[in-house]
Ligand binder design. Structure first.
Ligand code: AMP
Length: 568
């Protein structure tokens, strides 16, 4: 493995980065630094975030920019404010003990006046987002006439975000003699076009296979119904207490909604999207960075370039349409050599997207199951017991309080005391998960439909206290349901006709209406009762119901005579 010295960097700069813990160059640094230090070639670097690409272009840039020349000599353009600030911070850290340089960041959403003052003081390196730079150029605050190096970082992202025209305009304002160093995680046609329009025989480098992504990311998916995605998310989080993650939604509205629901449900979550003010976004990012915030719910655009260490999970609440978006989303985890999980919570219609991404990444996704309510409770309980075992007891201080405690608990056995202590924290989970359904689609776990029918539920399953004994057949029960429930036959799924009771499946959006419409309906003087069932409950309650109903008398001639139908 090569050293930073052998790549041609000056001793002072090498020492400076060594202080930051950079001992050996990463592959992209090894490849790019010697070429870029010559300052004579254009470069196209295919590299993901997290590969050390900022130092790969940043270190040569710091060597090449002249300390005593006040003119703007280098321009770094990045898609987001986050990334621009990060690049500036990195450049400042690398150069702090080496050169006195004025590095200025300019980006939208913040006071332009302050940025103007800073640029006017003399910015030898400007790190900018495209829109704000165009603004400053039109105000003639920024002068690019002396620029010798232009870095386009995350070029594919900038194009995805619609900055193509801005980039063209910026590049056309810079001298023809400048060198362009372009970095991109992917190489779509539009990025190639920039290379061919603005570069001359660029050197091409790539780390890892094209689009292959970070090897340290474990790609997983769970398959659920669309309507169960949020429940599956909560279950997954409940079962992963140490999660520190970014949850991606497609739209700002979804992002806000999911974050609000999570907060309401007692999770440590917050939203990050473009409708928030810059101050709000700063606040959210600050708390995520210092880990007081556990779950960041974000849009693709808002979360681009986020470099927060030790993100354990990236969760996709829906699959992005673009491969590039998936790469950028999942790249928020497994940074700087760490491992991470990218978990897609998908419905059946998104399986195709997962397969496309698998082909593109040349990596397989692992199917994982949503934990059942029992599994979550079991894990929570074990975590609690583990905590009890690990807790440090302050023998001296607690001693004087104990006699009264012992006295209070004198009538309880050891088992009772354990149960009660565990229940203090555990009851909330038990309560929540008591009747929890299995959310997995596909192979089922711990879930059997009665009489062995294990086809998938497409809607709700409802119990009704009439059946064969009431003289009903499937057809007549269907008529009854449609007449009184006021639904079309298509809304009713499988009917499971039993002796004194039955079950039927119904499209979820009609469940409430049917339950309500049956209120007060009687069949041959017997009040008809409907009850929404949960698969989990069924196993226990059904036997009871069976015993109860089989004890009742047989009703032979079912008539459609009813009374008490609720008036509308
Ligand atoms: P980047 O791809 O530039 O976003 O870098 C990812 C992370 O790796 C950042 O936190 C860098 O500080 C860190 N890093 C970059 N190069 C090295 C290196 N040679 N040795 C150790 N850490 C590095």
């Amino acid at each position: 493995m090569k050293s930073f010295e052998s790549l041609g960097l000056s001793g002072q700069l090498v020492e400076s980065i060594r202080q930051l813990g950079f001992e050996t160059p990463t592959p992209i640094q090894e490849k790019a630094i010697p070429t870029l230090l010559e300052g004579t070639t254009d470069l196209v670097g295919l590299a993901q975030t997290g590969t050390g690409k900022t130092a790969a272009f940043g270190l040569p840039l710091l060597e090449l920019v002249e300390e005593n020349n006040r003119a703007t000599q280098a321009l770094v353009i990045a898609p987001t404010r986050e990334l621009s600030v990060q690049i500036t911070n990195d450049l400042e850290r690398f150069s702090a003990a080496y050169k006195k340089l004025n590095i200025v960041t300019v980006y939208g959403g913040a006071s332009i006046r302050e940025q103007i003052i800073k640029v006017k003081r003399g910015a030898q390196i400007i790190v900018a987002t495209p829109g704000r730079l165009i603004d400053l150029l039109s105000r003639k605050v920024v002068d690019l006439a002396s620029v010798r190096y232009v870095v386009l970082d995350e070029a594919d992202e900038m194009l995805n975000m619609g900055f193509k025209e801005d980039i063209d305009e910026i590049l056309s304002t810079t001298p023809d003699t400048k060198k362009v160093w372009l970095f991109s995680a992917t190489m779509p046609r539009e990025v190639r076009e920039i290379a061919s329009n603005y570069m001359h025989n660029p050197e091409e480098l790539s780390v890892g296979e094209r689009n292959r992504g970070n090897e340290n990311i474990d790609h997983q998916y769970i398959l659920v119904d669309d309507r169960d995605k949020y429940l599956a998310l909560k279950r997954f989080v409940d079962n992963t207490p140490d999660i520190f993650g970014v949850i991606f939604c497609r739209t700002k509205i979804d992002t806000q909604k999911v974050a609000e629901h999570l907060i309401k449900d007692g999770y440590n979550a917050d939203a990050l999207h473009g409708d928030l003010s810059q101050q709000q976004r700063d606040r959210v990012m600050k708390s995520f960075r210092n880990k007081t915030l556990q779950l960041l719910v974000a849009t693709d655009v808002a979360a681009r370039g986020i470099d927060v260490e030790n993100v354990t999970h990236v969760i996709h609440l829906n699959m992005p349409d673009e491969m590039e978006f998936y790469t950028h989303r999942s790249g928020r985890t497994a940074r700087a050599g760490k491992k991470g999980i990218s978990l897609a919570i998908i419905s059946k219609k998104e399986i195709g997207r997962v397969q496309q991404i698998e082909r593109s990444l040349k990596r397989k996704f692992t199917k994982v199951m949503v934990p059942t309510g029992d599994e979550v409770c079991q894990n929570k309980l074990l975590a609690l017991v583990h905590k009890v075992k690990q807790v440090e007891v302050n023998e001296e201080e607690i001693d004087s309080f104990l006699p009264e405690v012992y006295h209070e608990l004198r009538d309880l056995s050891k088992e009772d005391i354990i149960k009660r202590f565990a229940s203090i924290e555990f009851n909330r989970f038990l309560e929540y998960y008591r009747d929890a359904r299995d959310l997995n689609k596909g192979e089922r776990k711990n879930f059997e439909m009665p009489d062995g029918d294990d086809r998938y539920l497409t809607g709700d399953r409802v119990f009704i206290n009439v059946g064969k004994m009431d003289g009903l057949e499937k057809g007549s029960l269907l008529d009854l349901l449609c007449d009184f429930g006021e639904v079309d036959k298509k809304a009713i799924g499988k009917i499971d006709l039993k002796g004194a009771y039955s079950f039927f499946e119904i499209e979820k959006k009609f469940t409430e209406q049917v339950l309500k419409n049956f209120d007060g309906v009687e069949v041959r003087g017997r009040k008809v009762r409907l009850e929404l069932t949960q698969p989990h409950v069924k196993k226990y309650s059904e036997k009871k119901k069976e015993r109860f109903y089989s004890a009742k008398g047989k009703h032979s001639d079912y008539g459609r005579k009813t009374k008490g139908r609720p008036s509308r």
